[in-house]
Design a protein around this ligand. Structure first.
Ligand SMILES: [Zn+2]
Length: 311
């Protein structure tokens, strides 16, 4: 669950304000495409029920189905909506000349209520939007998300922090492509960059001069693509010396750590011009993904790497 329904204040706390949950239900149903036929009224005495209309198109033209809406906001106590919370459903629906009963609940309907509703059979239609179904509907499209942001600002803020999207810094979307299959490794969660060397070990030439092996880089998917690329480079006399997860690089802290490690290596290792360009490409393309806070999951990943002394 992303939405914390307790962000909407408890009903009937006085102050002459309409219940916020009722307003939310109205906006939510309107967003779903229902027409608001009767608004919930202000104040305790003139309390009116919410009635919405649904336009159905059939061979005989348009029909409007009138739904009586019942809003129950029990999120603060967490209790489900039982049959005794919804008395005289039949009579209430008939009194408002409605054909259907629609529940909008911030918790779940209890089995007793489900049984009662099913007991009506074909007599009245019924729909329940409980906390899970509401959330699902809201997250289906941008307008719903906008509505969710209005009523659940804290939940949505949290959700955005925990599901980061790259910021728009460059005109074009960034990508790092697998050298074998071409897939964008910034989206596959399966990408690595592999460091190769033109020598297995550092050698000292006959003249006594130290020879630093030159480094090469390739980007690849894990598995099959990596095997193929490894074979290709091996045939050219380049040997595997190490690899890193590209996904790790997309974690802000680890991005910085990796850049620092690379800069340190530059002082005592030779990188081919091409490898250096590839590293720059990698950092530039990953950058829009890391200009942000860490998610909870990333904090854990960084924490566990620190535990193992990798960081
Ligand atoms: Zn690939």
């Amino acid at each position: 669950m992303i939405l914390d329904y307790t962000e909407i204040p408890q009903a009937n706390l006085g102050g002459g304000l309409q219940d916020t949950f009722e307003l939310f239900a109205r906006d939510f149903l309107e967003d779903l495409g229902f027409e608001i036929l009767q608004h919930p009224d202000r104040g305790a005495d003139g309390k009116k029920d919410l009635i919405v209309g649904e336009v159905r198109k059939g061979v005989g033209g348009k029909t409007i189905i009138r739904w009586l809406v019942s809003c129950k906001h029990y999120a603060h106590s967490g209790k489900s909506v039982s049959d005794t919370d919804e008395l005289d459903i039949n009579d209430r629906v008939a009194a408002h000349k409605c054909q259907g009963f629609l529940g909008v609940y911030s918790t779940l309907p209890a089995t007793s209520l489900n049984t009662k509703l099913h007991g009506y059979g074909d007599k009245i239609e019924h729909e329940i939007y409980d906390r899970e179904r509401i959330e699902k509907e809201l997250f289906k499209h941008p307008e719903g998300l906008k509505l969710a942001r209005r009523y659940f600002p804290i939940s949505i803020e949290k959700y955005i922090t925990q599901t980061p999207k790259p910021v728009k810094i460059f005109n074009e979307a960034t990508a790092i492509n697998c050298e074998y299959c071409g897939k964008d490794l910034l989206t596959t969660k399966n990408g690595i960059f592999v460091v190769l060397s033109d020598q297995n070990e550092q050698k000292i030439s006959r003249s006594g001069k130290k020879y630093n092996p030159e480094k090469y880089i390739y980007f690849s998917c894990k598995g099959e693509c990596d095997l193929r690329l490894d074979a290709k480079y091996r045939a050219k006399g380049l040997w595997y010396t190490g690899w890193e997860d590209i996904d790790d690089l997309m974690i802000p802290t680890l991005f910085l750590k990796n850049i620092m490690a690379y800069l340190n290596q530059l002082s005592d290792m030779e990188f081919s011009k091409e490898a250096h360009e590839k590293m720059k490409d990698l950092y530039i393309n990953v950058f829009p993904h890391i200009v942000r806070e860490l998610t909870e999951e990333e904090k854990e990943r960084v924490g566990s790497l620190m535990e193992f002394g990798i960081f």
